[in-house]
Design a protein around this ligand. Structure first.
Ligand code: ADP
Ligand code: MG
Length: 268
């Protein structure tokens, strides 16, 4: 057991200074809590059937707040499966998964849903917007889901997010009436609606042309830089991976390399 000992010099500090040093110690402890931490996470499909197969094997991974990481790897290597586990859309068969220090696997469904809504934003290859609703309404959907009703503050925040993705003129257009690149930008605004700690993007520019893919990527980098939002981005595109700060490579359900991106480091 650790020895409990009063800090003699603390008693000589005026109360404000003692408070300040406590505050610093606390914030240091908080900053040590990773946004995401996976410890030995494994995933099998078809458990208990003749076709049972383990597709992720003992994944260890930590993302600190503000990281901007690419997840690359061949098709079928388990990238989407991993994102689904991290996003609490599916459950691992082994290992532990912590989001902002919280042991997500230990939470019941309801608490997981709450944590997902509060902490995680999703951007998929296909935007999954609701076509009959306007851009603004689509961005407000997660707020509606979390709060049960939309108020003026939410409407304003949704409008701000659309402005940020350059879509103010299309705010009241139906999702079905704007271009693919614009739809994906709406999806990014929607992913940011609840100001998540972590954004998970699964080939977010996979079905866009180069110009729109670059714009979508620029936008994510901008959000990362200005809001400190952590990003984990699955991409097939080496050009886009090279614009991330860290590149994590998955092969056959294992992380085979995980490195700071030298190009970025050199430029920075
Ligand atoms: P990636 O996103 O890297 O292409 P996936 O995570 O989609 O890879 O798939 C990893 C492996 O898991 C593949 O072999 C795929 O066939 C298998 N797989 C994915 N989803 C399921 C599922 N629901 N049932 C059974 N096997 C699956
Ligand atoms: Mg995939």
């Amino acid at each position: 057991m650790a020895e409990v000992r009063p800090h003699a010099h603390d008693r000589s500090l005026p109360p404000e200074a003692a408070q300040a040093s406590l505050g610093a110690a606390q914030s240091e402890a908080v900053s040590r809590v990773a946004t995401l931490h996976l410890d030995g996470v494994a995933k099998s499909y078809g458990v208990g059937t003749p076709v049972e197969v383990e597709v992720l094997h003992g994944i260890d991974l930590t993302l600190q707040q503000g990281e901007f990481a690419a997840l690359i790897g061949p098709s079928g290597s388990g990238k989407t499966t991993l994102l689904n586990l991290i996003g609490l859309l599916d459950k691992p068969n082994a290992g532990r998964l912590y989001i902002a220090g919280e042991d997500a696997g230990a939470l019941d469904e309801m608490a997981q849903t709450k944590l997902r809504g509060r902490a995680i934003g999703f951007i998929f290859q296909y935007h999954y917007l609701l076509p009959a609703f306007t851009a603004l309404e689509n961005v407000m959907m997660p707020m509606l889901a979390a709060r049960g009703a939309v108020d003026d503050a939410m409407r304003e925040r949704a409008a701000d997010l659309l402005a940020r993705v350059g879509l103010t003129p299309w705010r009241d257009h139906k999702a079905s009436d704007i271009s693919g690149g614009q739809q994906q930008r709406v999806a990014i605004a929607r992913a940011l609606a609840m100001n998540p700690l972590l954004v998970l993007a699964d080939e977010p520019s996979g079905n866009l042309d180069t110009e729109n893919a670059d714009a979508v990527f620029d936008l994510m980098r901008d959000v990362n830089a200005t809001s400190g939002t952590t990003f984990l981005i699955v991409t097939h595109d080496p050009r886009l991976a090279r614009r991330c700060d860290r590149i994590i490579e998955l092969v056959d359900g294992r992380i085979v390399s995980d490195q700071p991106n030298r190009d970025v480091v050199r430029r920075g």
